[in-house]
Design a protein around this ligand. Structure first.
Ligand code: OFO
Length: 197
């Protein structure tokens, strides 16, 4: 007699147990796999987070070349955070038994007009990311993928914080200005954000 339990989802483990004339095959099914359209969008987001990390790293490098150490270390740290965002998505996808796909990413800008342009671009980029996250959230609801919808709430809150952070830096630049010692003061203020001072 053969009893097979659970063949609905991805096969993870097969345990054979022989007992006299009975053979029981237990198949541990793992958890639900993602719908293909949801998976495709999540994979796009993985690569977008990777791009964000590279973009902020390129900005950090530019700041460093200008002697703007505070901004350089702030952006390098933020580049690391973007990698964490990428890995969080990557892990979620793989935990569902689906496969996260890593693609090549476009080269980011490397040359900027001034520090104001750098932070204007970061703010615009974060707004773009927020739109992408919102599209994903909408789509998961439409597809009734409540687990992914729930998972994405972390990104919704994170985007709110990031937009507020980059907007506050832009405000500082506006208030202090970049003339005379302004640039030095701005850079110092941005550097303080690394230690959360
Ligand atoms: Fe800066 O944002 Fe990622 O998600």
């Amino acid at each position: 007699m053969i009893i097979i339990i659970g063949i609905k989802y991805k096969l993870r483990m097969i345990l054979l147990e022989c007992h006299k004339s009975f053979m029981i095959i237990i198949i541990n099914t793992g958890i639900r796999m993602l719908k293909k359209e949801v998976l495709d969008l999540l994979n796009k987001q993985v690569n977008l987070e990777n791009y964000s990390s590279n973009l902020y790293l390129a900005m950090s490098s530019w700041c460093n070349a200008q002697g703007l150490e505070g901004s350089a270390s702030f952006l390098a740290k933020h580049s690391q955070e973007e990698l964490q965002h990428m890995h969080k998505l990557f892990n979620y996808i793989n935990e569902t038994g689906s496969q996260s796909l890593i693609h090549s990413v476009d080269a980011p800008e490397n040359i900027f007009k001034d520090i104001k342009e750098v932070f204007k671009l970061t703010f615009q980029h974060e707004q773009h990311i927020t739109n992408k996250i919102n599209e994903l959230v909408d789509f998961t609801l439409e597809k009734k993928d409540y687990a992914t919808f729930n998972f994405l709430q972390w990104y919704v809150s994170e985007q709110h914080e990031e937009e507020a952070l980059f907007k506050s830096i832009l405000d500082k630049i506006e208030i202090i200005g970049l003339d005379g010692r302004g640039l030095h003061l701005v850079d110092k203020e941005i550097g303080k954000l690394v230690q959360g001072k």
